[in-house]
Design a protein around this ligand. Structure first.
Ligand code: 13P
Ligand code: SF4
Length: 350
């Protein structure tokens, strides 16, 4: 990266000292990760932010919903900064509060809402987490989705899972032993979700029709091709991948699980990994003794994660040095209160 920008980032961080805490999601560019005080998945970063009440500024190198969660879990006095406001998440955008309320109204109309526990993936807006908290539900991440679903099914007979259909289906079928036909897909763009009253009433898992635009692009064909090309390869995929990709893989798990698996893999082993490209590249560079490849070369970076680059980070840090707070992310207190209930419920999972 540009040596001038590297020097400016170093100088700004030095000038801010302990007043700033820079968080870097695993899917961020190398040039940004270089300046992160901690790296992690969205769950770990939210906890790391909460553990630093002394830091006046939290610079979140990740996407919007993560910065919102950090704002919810930090104190009033702390400011959470997202270096580029255009760093959203297409999956989170697939569940809008008014659509989720319409779905809930339908469940109320059918007389089944009291049997339903809403569960939302961390990758959702604060509004959606607030909705879930208001209705006695829980947030989950890809590393605790099983425990979140078990908790939800201990409290109700049905789950409304938002917004990632794949994480919901993969967890219900592969970890809880549900059948594919226990799950129905609620499409917010169709009247009544595209489901009959009977389908909605009978389903155990109501999956929201959302997906990740990166993980959703890996296919079973690419798994078959890599196995032909690289005999003995281990296929390691994130649970945001489609169900047939996950069932044809060798191992499935969250971003943190993928990292741990590669770190503990024996030298000489071969791995085809289906998750964000910045992370796969970094793992390959860090483990030259192992053969680490991207499952499908036609899949690209998460474009919104990649919006945070060194120029944006330098700009945000230099603004803070000047005493201005750029791109502050705040969640209104009422939404934050209920979203926090759903987040705390996740933190309390056994
Ligand atoms: P985690 O950070 O929870 O692994 O989620 C994956 C992801 O897609 C983040 O955007
Ligand atoms: Fe959203 Fe997928 Fe990008 Fe994660 S990788 S921020 S889920 S679009």
């Amino acid at each position: 990266s540009d040596p001038g920008l590297v020097a400016r980032a170093r100088a700004a961080k030095a000038a801010l000292g302990d007043r700033v805490f820079v968080l870097g999601h695993h899917y961020q560019r190398d040039e940004v990760i270089e300046f992160a005080d901690v790296t992690g998945d969205s769950f770990k970063l939210a906890r790391d932010a909460a553990a630093r009440p002394d830091a006046q500024y939290i610079v979140f190198c990740g996407v919007h919903f993560m910065a919102e969660s950090a704002d919810i879990l930090t104190t009033e006095a702390q400011a959470v900064v997202l270096p580029d406001l255009a760093a959203g998440c297409s999956m989170a955008d697939m569940a809008v509060l008014s659509q989720v309320e319409a779905c809930w109204d339908r469940l109320v109309e059918l007389g089944v809402a009291e049997d339903v526990v809403p569960v939302t993936y961390m990758n959702s807006s604060a509004d959606i987490k607030g909705f879930v908290g208001r209705h006695g539900g829980v947030v989950c991440t890809s590393s605790n989705a099983r425990r979140a679903l078990e908790w939800a099914f201990s409290r109700g007979r049905k789950v409304l899972f938002l917004p990632d259909q794949h994480l919901g289906r993969n967890t219900a079928v592969l970890e809880l032993g549900f059948g594919l036909d226990d799950c129905v897909l609620y499409d917010p763009h169709k009247p009544e979700g595209g489901l009959t009253a009977g389908q909605l009433t009978d389903a155990k898992m109501i999956l929201w029709r959302g997906h990740c635009s990166v993980h959703g692009r890996f296919t079973k064909d690419s798994v078959d091709q890599i196995r032909d090309l690289v005999p003995g390869v281990n296929v390691l995929v994130h649970p945001e991948c489609r169900h047939d990709v996950v069932t044809s893989a060798d191992l499935v798990g969250s971003t943190e699980y993928i990292i741990q698996t590669i770190e503990s893999a024996p030298a000489g082993s071969a791995w085809a990994v289906a998750t964000e490209l910045n992370l796969v590249r970094r793992l390959a560079n860090a483990h030259p003794d192992k053969r680490i490849m991207f499952l499908d070369r036609t899949v690209c970076y998460c474009s919104t994660m990649n919006r945070i680059d060194l120029p944006h980070l330098v700009w945000a840090l230099e603004e803070l040095v000047e005493g201005r707070v750029p791109n502050r992310i705040t969640v209104d207190p009422d939404t934050a209160r209920y979203a926090r209930l759903a987040l705390d419920q996740m933190l309390a999972l056994p």
